[in-house]
Design a protein around this ligand. Structure first.
Ligand code: GSH
Length: 217
């Protein structure tokens, strides 16, 4: 029986979303528990490190986003095949996680005053976000597969198309052969029936002619 997995986070995307997406990408069935903010004061004591997100696997709790994503990614074969792919996945994980923190900081960092928040937001809008998205676009252009890393999906699509074509061809051939076989059976039956009829008719004719000849002496 596969282990029971529960993700515990708030009812927002936030830091928990990377884990949710990884679980969905890996096809893992999981319980998505979302703690209402009002309950957090009570629940905080039960959380590992006193924070969310965390996962519970077969009753054991594990905190920290990136180790959790690596853990699930490894189990589901999402961390890259070659060592080069794996280091690239690690780099992307770190960059995306840091970028997310950067994006959210002007909204949640209570140590920043209004002017500092506006400065950071402007920097994000005009420099950081375009820089990050340009890097993503460049990586997509190089990979050409529609994914930053790995052409597996394209390969899978090709394999699926080939398999479907082969299956269709096989089915058509089998059906045609069956039809041909059925036709042969029909022909054989017709030939046998016609043959029997001809033999019977000839026999009857022979008997009748013989009887008549004998009869007429
Ligand atoms: N380093 C941790 C940070 C987790 C974190 O900051 N969690 C926040 C929510 S996004 C939290 O639990 N805040 C409530 C609290 O600290 O009491 C990770 O990446 O998992």
């Amino acid at each position: 029986m596969p282990p029971k997995l529960k993700l515990v986070y708030f009812n927002i995307r936030g830091r928990g979303e990377l884990i949710r997406l990884t679980l969905h990408a890996g096809g893992v069935v999981f319980t998505d528990e979302r703690i209402p903010y009002e309950e957090w004061a009570v629940r905080k004591n039960q959380a590992p490190n006193g924070q969310v997100p965390y996962i519970v696997v077969d009753g054991k709790m594990y905190g920290e986003v990136l180790p959790i994503v690596r853990f699930i990614g490894k189990k589901c074969g999402l961390l890259g095949k070659s060592e080069e792919d794996q280091v690239y996945v690690e780099i992307l994980l770190e960059q995306i996680h840091k970028f997310r923190d950067q994006l959210i900081r002007p909204k949640i960092d209570s140590m920043l005053n209004k002017g500092q928040k506006e400065f950071l937001l402007k920097k994000l809008r005009e420099e950081e976000i375009p820089k990050f998205l340009t890097r993503v676009e460049e990586a997509l252009k190089i990979s050409r597969s529609g994914h930053i890393l790995g052409g597996e999906v394209i390969v899978v699509v090709v394999v699926v198309v080939v398999v479907v074509v082969v299956v269709v061809v096989v089915v058509v051939v089998v059906v045609a052969a069956a039809a041909a076989a059925a036709a042969v059976v029909v022909v054989v039956v017709v030939v046998v029936v016609v043959g029997v009829v001809v033999v019977v008719v000839v026999a009857v004719v022979v008997v009748v002619v013989g009887v008549v000849v004998v009869w007429n002496g």
